[in-house]
Design a protein around this ligand. Structure first.
Ligand code: KG4
Ligand code: ZN
Length: 333
């Protein structure tokens, strides 16, 4: 079965063709970074306008690159939410129209479920059940994943998402948007033990997160130390990053122990962080866990994960009504 996936929930316009939920035939992502960069964050109105400009080209490019003719597409899967409503609507309306014109079913996909299913697009997918740490710009959550379409939320952030904290700290340090990748790069040149920022574990036996405290601590550090020199920035970046990673690593290993799962998946944009990948591979592997992290291009937003998820709904015979609408927040987000 070949599924066309479409994703426009935030600031990436993406389309992909995936065969049997595992084999990526093509994956095209058009990023809007340059559009939002001058503003230090995503401007929703600009994001939807840019999606409108890009969607037709991106979908056609994905089809062309896959070498698949239109009549071989079995269904169109599209992100329904959570995300920015204006952005979601562009991909959603396009997908509905495309599916209708092809006379194929349309499958609505939850963006977070898509991120979790990105591990099945790798050569080393985890067996069920496993625990998943979803770390992105909008979410930081731990799930007990029971099947392609069923997972229980074990905990989530009570305030900022981990990616949001990276982005805000980057802005405080004058490093611009998006912050995660810049902090990741600068942290390599810094000493992560130079500043002791607080680790907010909340209840250590539970799986909720809070990242607003560390963000405030970094801000206070910057303000009380007056003019921060260029040389100090890598130390601040590395110390901040290490504090966030300490918490993420502790919580996902505790969750895996609680659920007696030997397999851990880490997905979402922040899963691209080189230090987080290294720490988890080292710490979790030392405790006998098998860690599954998708390659970089499947960590950030992409449409292959949406097509793969759509495939699993199609296999269960679940398709969506044409009258469905998008949603900005899901019950579990
Ligand atoms: O999953 P994603 O592409 O979009 C959402 O669904 O939110 O995640 C974007 C987030 C941003 O906050 C970005 O700063 C963060 O992922 N990110 C990183 C890295 N690359 C992207 N955070 C830390 N280290 C990275 N290398
Ligand atoms: Zn995402």
């Amino acid at each position: 079965m070949i599924i066309l996936g479409i994703e426009t929930s935030c600031d990436d316009t993406a389309a992909s063709l995936v065969s049997e939920g595992t084999e990526i035939l093509s994956s095209v992502v058009s990023s809007q970074i340059e559009v939002h960069h001058p503003y230090g964050g995503i401007v929703p109105e600009l994001a939807s306008r840019k999606h409108i400009e890009a969607i037709d080209y991106v979908v056609n490019d994905a089809i062309k690159k896959s070498g698949i003719s239109l009549n071989r597409i079995d269904a169109v899967a599209v992100t329904q939410g959570p995300g920015l409503v204006g952005s979601l609507l562009v991909g959603f309306c396009f997908a509905k129209g495309f599916a209708y014109a092809l006379d194929r079913p349309c499958v609505c996909v939850n963006h977070l479920e898509g991120h979790i299913n990105s591990v099945f697009l790798t050569s080393d997918p985890p067996p069920f059940p496993f625990v998943a740490l979803l770390v992105s710009g909008g979410h930081t959550s731990i799930y007990h994943v029971k099947s392609y379409t069923e997972s229980d939320l074990m905990g989530q952030t009570r305030d900022d998402a981990a990616g949001e904290a990276f982005d805000k700290v980057s802005k405080m340090l004058g490093l611009g948007y998006p912050g995660g990748i810049v902090i990741d790069r600068l942290a390599k040149k810094g000493n992560s033990q130079s500043i002791r920022f607080p680790r907010s574990y909340l209840d250590k036996s539970k799986f909720d997160f809070s990242f607003s405290g560390i963000k405030t601590s970094v801000n206070r550090y910057i303000q009380t130390h007056g003019d921060i020199s260029k040389e100090q920035i890598p130390d601040i970046a590395a110390s901040f990053q290490e504090a966030v990673i300490d918490v993420l690593t502790y919580k996902i290993i505790t969750a895996a122990n609680k659920k007696k799962c030997r397999h851990i998946a880490v997905v979402g944009g922040v899963a691209a962080n080189s230090r987080l990948r290294a720490r988890l591979l080292k710490d979790a592997s030392a405790e006998g866990f098998h860690v599954h992290i998708p390659p970089m291009d499947l960590c950030g937003d992409n449409a292959a994960m949406i097509a793969a998820t759509g495939y699993h709904y199609m296999v269960k015979g679940i398709t969506s009504d044409i009258n469905q609408d998008v949603y900005s927040r899901s019950k579990n987000s």
